[in-house]
Design a protein around this ligand. Structure first.
Ligand code: ASP
Ligand code: MG
Length: 411
């Protein structure tokens, strides 16, 4: 008998039929002898709808009221799922985040969990009932309702699995697991049976949309075993665990991200303190800077390029223009048409030649590399946005990610 925390995403509870299927699923798990706690997202695209509604009504959109509004989506879903369970003869109770014991800070729309006190959830389990918890929400130290941000239900599920000492946290979604790359871009993409936390974190940081990065971080910190799987079948999905890749793949995945833009500040004086001044100003303006490249200086000046989220380019431009003279720069330009393509694999730490193969593959495909950055287990290249999908496709092929690791050629 296992204790499982099962999270169902928006699509999986998207309509009355889907909700009944989730209930049927729970019936099967209970027959097998497992204890389950459910965490649910808002139905379908309801969170988007609520956000749009707020836009239509208000320009100020106070954080407290926004959180009250958005968390209503999950609250509705958890009540409906609980009803469907009761109809099947399974005693079940729904819980808001607050009732489930999620204590958070007071940062509305992006609240962080401070503590989980799952007393009521544990009591419900002890009585043989199935608790259904509204995801992505809690109560602040000021006793206000808080929302964890987009994708926060994954975080609820992981935190609850840890607090209850569950055997695993299952994230049910509309895809069957974690793939070697986006299957919409490369049809031969393979579902992985297993991936390490570190690799999945790099993937989620570089464009893999699910699971939410914050939940993967939390799962790694607390050693919560994650299973990303399909809500539409019983086929096992992808296990996310501490172990290095059991298949001993050198490369695990290729990701791409088109959400960033590039900014170049040119003619910056090459003297100590200039980069510090530039990036301090950007940090103070809350600009989230990522890859940074500084060119070799010529005649005492240099160019600095970095990437940043698209939506922050106006802020960044204003910030840089305000200090252009102080840092001796000649100006700045932004470029929205870029994409970042990344190769991820724990095995690259001990296998030379991965970068060379990556660059050769892109060059053979006629794709120009504009910036490069690396971590111990990732190599990222900035390319033209229009070439991102072909870059992903040629890299997936070159590293033979469509084959099981044991069948791939040596690099
Ligand atoms: N429903 C929220 C969202 O779409 C939170 C979640 O389900 O993770 O972001
Ligand atoms: Mg872009």
């Amino acid at each position: 008998m296992a204790l499982l925390v099962q999270k169902f995403g928006g699509t999986s509870v998207g309509d009355p039929d889907r909700i009944r299927e989730v209930a049927d699923h729970v019936v099967r798990c209970r027959k097998r002898g497992d204890q389950v706690v459910l965490v649910v997202s808002a139905m379908g695209k309801e969170t988007d709808d609520l956000l749009r509604l707020a836009d239509q009504v208000s320009t100020t959109k106070p954080g407290r009221e926004m959180d009250m509004l958005i968390t209503g989506g999950e609250r509705k879903a958890c009540a409906l799922v609980s009803m469907a369970l009761n109809d099947r003869g399974i005693d079940s109770d729904s819980f808001t985040g607050s009732q489930a014991g999620f204590i958070t800070d007071t940062i509305h729309r992006n609240a962080k969990i401070l503590d989980v006190r799952p007393g009521r959830i544990q009591a419900s389990l002890d009585e043989g009932r199935v608790p259904v918890v509204g995801g992505s929400q809690g109560v602040s130290a000021d006793r206000d309702v808080t929302f964890f941000g987009r994708g926060g239900s994954d975080t609820t599920a992981v935190a609850l699995a840890h607090a209850l000492g569950a055997d695993a946290c299952e994230l049910y979604t509309d895809v069957p697991g974690v793939f070697t790359t986006d299957p919409r871009v490369v049809s031969e993409a393979r579902k992985m049976d297993q991936i390490s936390f570190d690799e999945l974190l790099e993937m989620t940081a570089t464009g893999c949309p699910k699971p939410a990065m914050r939940s993967v971080e939390l799962a790694r910190t607390f050693g919560v075993r994650l299973h990303v799987r399909s809500a539409f079948s019983w086929v096992p999905g992808t296990w996310v665990t501490e172990e290095e890749n059991m298949e001993s793949a050198i490369i695990s995945a290729v990701t791409h991200d088109t959400s960033e833009a590039k900014m170049t500040v040119s003619g910056v004086s090459d003297r100590p303190g200039v980069a510090a001044q530039l990036f301090r100003a950007l940090a103070d303006a809350d600009v989230n800077v990522d890859m940074i490249v500084q060119n070799v200086s010529a005649k005492g000046s240099t160019d600095i390029s970095f990437t940043l989220p698209h939506e922050q380019t106006p802020t960044a431009t204003a910030t840089v223009e305000a200090i252009v003279e102080e840092i001796g720069a000649t100006g700045s330009i932004t470029d929205d048409e870029i994409a970042r393509v990344s190769l991820i694999g724990a095995g690259m730490q001990t296998n030379p030649g991965v970068a060379a193969t990556m660059f050769e593959t892109l060059s053979t495909a006629g794709i120009n590399i504009e910036m490069i950055s690396t971590s111990a287990i990732r190599i990222s290249c900035v390319v033209r946005e229009a070439e991102a999908e072909s870059a992903v496709s040629v890299l997936h092929g070159a590293f033979e990610l469509h084959k099981p690791a044991a069948e791939r050629s040596d690099l």
